[in-house]
Ligand binder design. Sequence first.
Ligand SMILES: Nc1ncnc2c1ncn2[C@@H]1O[C@H](COP(=O)(O)OP(=O)(O)O)[C@@H](O)[C@H]1O
Ligand SMILES: [Mg+2]
Length: 271
Amino acid sequence: MTICAYVTFDDRDDHDDERELVLGAWRAAGIEGKAVSWDDPEIDWSVFDAAVIRSVWDYVGRRTEFVGWAHRAASVTKLLNPAAVIESNTDKTYLRELGVPIVPTHWSSSDLPRWDEYVVKPAISAGARDTIRTIDRAAAEAHAARLESEGRTPMVQPYLDMVETEGETSLLYFNRTFSHAVRRNAMLAPGQTLADNARAELRTPAPDQFELAEKVLAEIGGDLLYARVDLVRLADGSPALIELELTEPYLFLRYSEGAADRLARALGQLL
Ligand SMILES: Nc1ncnc2c1ncn2[C@@H]1O[C@H](COP(=O)(O)OP(=O)(O)O)[C@@H](O)[C@H]1O
Ligand SMILES: [Mg+2]
């Protein structure tokens, strides 16, 4: 019997509404899954055929510890995604290295460009944590400076209105094979809550979005059990990467018939 760890942040947690779906699909594919916390010191990772990182949503404030855990776990079991991927993907400075179109980004608090509206976020974040949207250039500068004073790398971007109209498109790939895509909610629109982050609608990506997503994935080496490529459009209509989620993406499995089974099959292929 194959046994895999479903890596979460608290096995009492009931916020991860994809966990039971995934564990059920694994079971149907002959893979026994056990939900475990990444930081549980009692866990012997070597007993698992693989450890699949999922809802580790508390790593953001403890990224060094988390990346250290990933390397240790990867030395005794098959970690998915691989530790090197986790290390680079948990800091959005990876966006500078990919060589694909990204959202225009100013990486410091000084000499901000002039934009109609700003988004300021830390390079290490998830779920729009410590992220602000403002039309006030001085406020944007102040938030970026605060992040810097905490030793964090700020990212200052123009606010892209299209997230509220066409919407952000997230393409889901399992073992590099396209599974499904969704239109995401605009997280910085008024009245959004964290729960809205998991609400979406199924969407068929346009050819230019498929093309960019596949170009992005081609930049990443190694096994990728799951990848979520989050795309927006710039003012000229061209697609751009806003985030490549290879660490702990919500997978929107409920939105597409068979998606959890496709994930289970991808895991079987990588074992
Ligand atoms: N430049 C931007 N313009 C418009 N919305 C943005 C922008 N940057 C972030 N957002 C919104 O905030 C959300 C979270 O930002 P993101 O860069 O994906 O970081 P994370 O998901 O890691 O917090 C996005 O999904 C989007 O809804
Ligand atoms: Mg995101």
